[in-house]
Design a protein around this ligand. Structure first.
Ligand code: DAK
Length: 267
């Protein structure tokens, strides 16, 4: 499958999706959202992929939000499609059974910040800028920004950003807890790759269980969350990876995780 608005590359178990409309600062139009949904569907089925990285083409932007030119032409049907597809994409990102890292290389505004927030964590170039400027367009965030940002940084800090539409620099995003790490722009992809490879070497079953425990646990009270963890913890023991990891430690060697629930059939 070839794409026109994104690039999908795979190497060493790491898939990278690059938003690729640099002339419009990688703004999200309907075509891009549709391609992104397809690519995420494909990656969810591909067992060779261990980690997904999202980034933007060019030096200026990750994603400068929804395509304002296209938004301005929407009637209710186009708006409905855009909204449904946006939620579909954000849902697929959050539920993808592998770690997803946002490598924010420039402007991440509106839908751009919201896509990054739906990833598992964010590394940012020192040139990156975050913000939810929808209010300046007479709108409000529509891809989960009013929900994910307050959960991440608290309601007061989130409301200040949402009510003013203010843009913040990478260092402030770091201080607020929006991003995990800020690095010089030229080093961003190498730094992300290092972390991606570290996670990719772990067992796919355990990564998936850990991600689900964190994600689903955040939506419930602590006692229920801990029960979710008990179930996820026990389920991991159905995979040979759990035995491989513990045995490898005792045998003083590196584990080889197969990411399966069953033993491989005898050769
Ligand atoms: N859409 C379309 N084109 C864009 C764009 C955008 N969001 N952002 C930039 N561009 C285009 C510019 O028009 C310009 O095109 P040309 O004039 O060269 O043809 C080119 O990219 C370079 O941009 P600038 O010349 O403006 O570059 P500057 O360095 O001067 O400024 C900037 C960079 C990022 C500060 C500025 O471009 C900017 O403010 N961009 C708009 C940011 C923004 O407001 N984004 C939209 C946020 S609203 C929904 C769910 C979600 C959403 C909507 C609906 N539903 C549930 C229905 C999401 C909404 C949003 O994301």
């Amino acid at each position: 499958m070839s794409y026109e608005n994104i690039r999908l590359e795979q190497e060493a178990g790491i898939a990278t999706i690059t938003f690729d409309r640099p002339k419009a600062l990688n703004a999200l139009n309907r075509a891009l959202l549709g391609e992104l949904a397809q690519a995420l569907g494909k990656l969810a089925e591909d067992e060779s992929v261990r980690v997904l990285v999202l980034t933007g083409a060019g030096e200026k932007a990750f994603v400068a939000g929804a395509d304002i030119g296209e938004l301005a032409t929407f009637g209710p049907l186009e708006a409905k499609w855009f909204s449904r597809m946006g939620h579909e994409v954000i849902g697929r990102l959050q539920e993808l059974p592998i770690p997803v890292i946002a490598a924010v290389n420039g402007y991440a505004l509106g839908g751009g910040t919201e896509i990054a927030l739906a990833c598992d964590f964010i590394y940012a170039a020192d040139s990156a800028r975050f913000g939810l400027p929808e209010i300046t367009l007479g709108l409000i965030p529509g891809f989960g920004g009013t929900q994910r940002l307050p959960r991440l940084i608290g309601p007061a800090a989130a409301k200040e950003l949402i009510f003013t539409g203010r843009m913040i620099a990478a260092e402030e995003a770091l201080r607020l807890g929006i991003v995990n790490r800020v690095v010089p722009a030229a080093e961003l992809m190498a730094e992300v790759r290092k972390t991606a490879l570290e996670a990719a070497a772990k067992g796919r079953v355990a990564l998936r269980a850990a991600k689900e425990a964190v994600n689903h646990g955040l939506g419930v009270d602590l006692a229920t969350g801990c029960r979710l963890e008990v179930d996820a913890f026990s389920l991991v023991f159905a995979s040979p990876d759990a035995r491989e990891g513990t045995r490898a430690f005792l045998e003083k060697r590196k584990p080889v995780f197969r990411g399966r629930f069953k033993e491989d059939p005898p050769a």
